[in-house]
Design a protein around this ligand. Structure first.
Ligand code: 5GP
Ligand code: MG
Ligand code: MG
Length: 175
């Protein structure tokens, strides 16, 4: 499939994504039972994952959305911005940070550091995709959907210069 100037091929089909989300939601609901968790999803990339996952959470829970920006085109720029839009009181709360993809991990690390300043009871890190070979931080991922190789992916919320977020499957840049 051609998106802008690049050719993409199917990488993770929608059925597999949805199946994995059910497993993750089951695991999260079990581990966070009684903790009244606050899910904090990172826009824009995580919106679709957060929405599908949250529907499968079977315990009382809240969700809110924040923004950061660190990516332009297919290469990370390395500059991570601060959190925008967090209105909830995080103090004493069990936080689940939700992102689409963990690449260098610098975005998630920056978000965690900002969050810790507000004295949450705990922070769990949840990502749909994990590019294991790209990590530049030792931040621990508590829950993940899929480990993937170092490929640029799009679809299911993830974009290439703004396009491709609407796709139900995840695609990778064709070699
Ligand atoms: P990190 O800070 O972990 O290097 O990058 C995290 C952010 O970069 C992700 O939340 C995502 O928005 C973006 N990103 C990293 N890898 C990819 C990729 O392969 N495809 C897309 N579309 N975005 C990516
Ligand atoms: Mg993102
Ligand atoms: Mg992006």
């Amino acid at each position: 499939m051609k998106i802008l100037d690049k050719e993409f091929e199917i990488f993770i089909p929608k059925e597999k994504i949805q199946q994995r989300i059910q497993e993750l939601a089951y695991d999260l609901s079990y581990k966070l039972d009684g903790k009244d968790p606050l899910f904090v999803a990172i826009l824009n990339g995580a919106f679709m994952f957060a929405s599908d996952l949250f529907k499968e959470i079977s315990i009382p829970a809240r969700i809110t959305f924040i923004k950061t920006a660190s990516y332009a085109g297919t290469e990370t720029t390395g500059s991570v911005q601060k959190l925008i839009g967090l209105k909830e009181n995080v103090n004493g709360q069990h936080i689940v940070l939700v992102d689409d993809i963990f690449d260098t991990g610098l975005t998630m690390k920056a978000v965690c550091e900002e969050m810790w300043k507000q004295n949450p009871a705990s922070i769990s890190v949840l990502t749909l995709l994990d590019k294991v070979s790209k990590h530049k931080t030792d931040l621990k991922i508590d829950f993940k959907g899929f480990e993937i190789p170092d490929k640029f992916v799009l679809g299911y919320g993830l974009d290439y210069n703004g396009y491709g977020r609407n796709l139900k499957d995840i695609y990778a840049l064709a070699d």
